[in-house]
Design a protein around this ligand. Structure first.
Ligand SMILES: [Zn+2]
Length: 649
């Protein structure tokens, strides 16, 4: 359960920021049209490299730091993966696997997709259309569902292995109601906006796949209608969230007794390689769904169920992709599917070990600033404050990559072929196998990719992760001035740390177990602060943003944004007190102003790709921060200095 900063990477050298007099003169801010107190995002995004005192950034001023970092990671990885004339062409075998996957992906022609997938699926399941000899009488739905699960395809039954949220050192097998991939439950039930349009598009998509599998237009249309009708029935029996009762773990034998009509043994024998699952505690989150499922299956034709399973396999492996594989697609695919190998090459070639030391100093400063804020907080009572501080001090930090990146050889032993789809299916099979093998071998923390230009907080591990892919210019370089590193990376670290104390994070303790450590008094105060924050974001949501920021997920993001910048600013001020003043560009600009401008520049996107969520990251972070409004002299009542101000942390 990782919460991230954003959807936020390659190496260039940061030029020295100490320039000659002429360069300093060049950096004096020009008069701009946009008023920082009415639209700080626009103000900062229009600011050029000179205004920001950012030499290494001058080649492109319309993009934000995150956007540039993302492009740089992509450029370096595709260079390494193509291996034209680089020194790392002879890297260890494990990395060659990633390179092979990438090159096979690039060479794959879209017209080969369906025939290939048809041959692959035929080799392990017995389903109509792909198997000429398929006979309804021999069809055992649980068997086919469980074999598909072995290849990571979840259909009708949804099962996974995860930490137990009450005891995070233990793993449990969970059964939940199925997820809907293409359309949502509400679309299928016709209760969402545009559901008619979405479902009709979905039907056309299914029809196309079956037509390509060799059915006539008419037959493919019929199959598509049947599949959507069946999936709608599934949606109908999925309980609403309010119906879900808190589950207690049960044993395999209890599961069998509770749902005697379901062939659980067949499910486990086919889907899972380890027998550990038979004595692992099971948690069935949507019991009612499984009870209703027995009835639904008994009144549905086997052929319809079988065709639905075939569709789910085709959907997972992108059967309908018509375009040739672009380098962007293949890069994204290899990053996603060969996370460890790609992580190794990035770290080996683009990450400096010294980065860890310099970043840990910022992390320590930000944590200290957070502790000061907690200590000064007047609405937390002493007992809750002590617990909050204990949790904060216990936060683990992973900088760049996790220690097991270089010892993890599971992707090295995979035998890849020259067939892209076989490779995808094999990688999916390995992933599902590893997931289940965890039950036997204990916990293997599954952490996000090291090349991701993003940052994460894991609530059940009480850990923050700052991947190597984020720690590159223009987001971070240890030679940058402190106002920049604290304003950008410091704010990101503050953001992810605050997630430990957001609406969801507050319910987990220093070890990551779900536990209430709040006194009733402090909890009431927490909710009243949260309530104050809520309408502020709802107003924004209603008037300007299409995104639902009023829900608690969005609210947690906003709380983390506003908390993040405050702790980062305090950490920077503490640094300034301990050290000499920094060399600033000539003119009247202050280091405080530069701190906030660099922060906002993190989020800029080009006009053509204008993202409201990026804009609101800036607004939500800054509009409740007095040090920001002081730095820019924003009058009370201006957009960036609203009269009603709320803050949690
Ligand atoms: Zn976040």
């Amino acid at each position: 359960m990782w919460k991230c900063l954003v959807f936020i990477l390659v190496q260039i050298c940061a030029a020295s920021l100490v320039g000659n007099l002429w360069q300093i003169f060049q950096r004096i801010p020009r008069t701009r049209q946009v008023d920082p107190c009415s639209d700080f995002y626009q103000f900062a995004c229009e600011a050029g490299a000179n205004d920001l005192d950012v030499d290494s950034y001058s080649e492109n001023t319309t993009l934000g730091f995150l956007e540039i970092a993302k492009q740089r990671v992509a450029e370096s990885l595709s260079k390494s993966l193509s291996c034209n004339s680089s020194t790392w062409c002879n890297d260890e075998e494990s990395f060659n696997n990633a390179r092979k996957f990438y090159s096979v992906c690039l060479d794959t022609q879209p017209e080969s997709t369906l025939p290939e997938l048809k041959t692959i699926i035929k080799s392990f399941v017995n389903l109509p259309i792909v198997n000429e000899s398929w006979d309804e009488k021999d069809f055992k739905w649980v068997r086919e569902v469980s074999v598909l699960r072995k290849y990571g395809v979840q259909a009708i039954i949804h099962e996974f292995v995860a930490r137990d949220w009450k005891n995070v050192s233990a793993l449990k097998t969970y059964f939940v109601a199925p997820k809907f991939d293409f359309v949502h439950k509400e679309d299928l039930l016709g209760t969402s906006r545009n559901s008619g349009e979405l479902v009709s598009f979905y039907k056309r998509y299914i029809k196309l796949i079956f037509k390509k599998l060799g059915l006539s237009i008419q037959k493919a249309g019929e199959v598509s209608e049947d599949i959507v009708a069946f999936e709608t029935e599934i949606a109908r029996i999925v309980p609403d969230e309010s119906e879900v009762t808190p589950p207690e773990p049960i044993t395999f034998y209890t599961l069998k007794n509770r749902f005697p009509q379901m062939d659980w043994l067949t499910y486990f024998i086919n889907s899972v390689k380890t027998s550990a699952i038979l004595w692992s505690p099971l948690i069935v989150i949507n019991e009612e769904y499984y009870r209703r499922l027995v009835n639904l299956i008994s009144r549905t034709q086997s052929r319809v169920i079988a065709q639905y399973l075939l569709f789910k396999f085709m959907f997972k492996f992108r059967a309908a992709v018509e375009d040739a594989h672009s380098p962007e697609y293949c890069l994204e695919d290899v990053i996603k599917k060969m996370k460890t190998n790609v992580g190794k090459v990035f770290v080996n070639n683009y990450y400096s070990p010294e980065t860890k030391q310099s970043v840990s100093e910022i992390v320590a400063d930000v944590k200290e600033a957070f502790a000061e804020i907690l200590n000064e907080s007047v609405w937390l009572d002493q007992s809750t404050k002590d617990q909050a501080l204990e949790k904060l001090h216990a936060v683990r930090t992973i900088i760049g990559y996790s220690d097991d990146l270089f010892t993890d050889n599971r992707e090295a032993s995979i035998r890849l072929t020259n067939n892209y789809y076989k490779n995808c299916v094999e990688l999916a099979r390995r992933e599902a196998e590893i997931e289940h093998m965890q039950l036997e071998k204990g916990l293997h923390p599954w952490i996000p990719s090291s090349v991701d230009p993003n940052a994460f907080y894991n609530v059940t591990a009480n850990t923050i992760f700052i991947p190597a892919g984020l720690l590159i210019p223009p987001v971070y370089d240890k030679t940058y001035p402190k106002y920049r590193n604290y304003g950008v990376l410091g704010a990101i670290i503050g953001h992810v740390l605050t997630h430990g104390f957001d609406f969801e994070g507050k319910d987990y303790d220093s070890k990551g177990s779900e536990q209430t450590w709040w006194t009733t008094k402090s909890l009431i105060a927490y909710y009243s602060h949260l309530e104050c924050v809520l309408p502020q974001y709802n107003n924004i949501s209603a008037s300007e943003s299409r995104e639902s920021v009023g829900d608690f997920g969005g609210l947690s993001e906003n709380v983390a944004d506003s908390g993040g910048i405050q702790v980062a600013f305090r950490a920077y001020m503490n640094w300034k007190r301990r050290n000499q003043q920094e060399l600033l560009p000539a003119g009247t600009i202050t280091s405080e102003k530069l701190f906030f401008m660099n922060f906002a520049k993190l989020w800029c996107t080009p006009q053509s790709n204008s993202s409201l969520s990026n804009k609101y990251h800036v607004f939500n972070s800054l509009a409740s921060v007095p040090s920001f409004t002081d730095a820019f002299g924003c009058e009370p009542g201006s957009k960036m200095n609203p009269v009603r101000r709320c803050k949690l942390w």
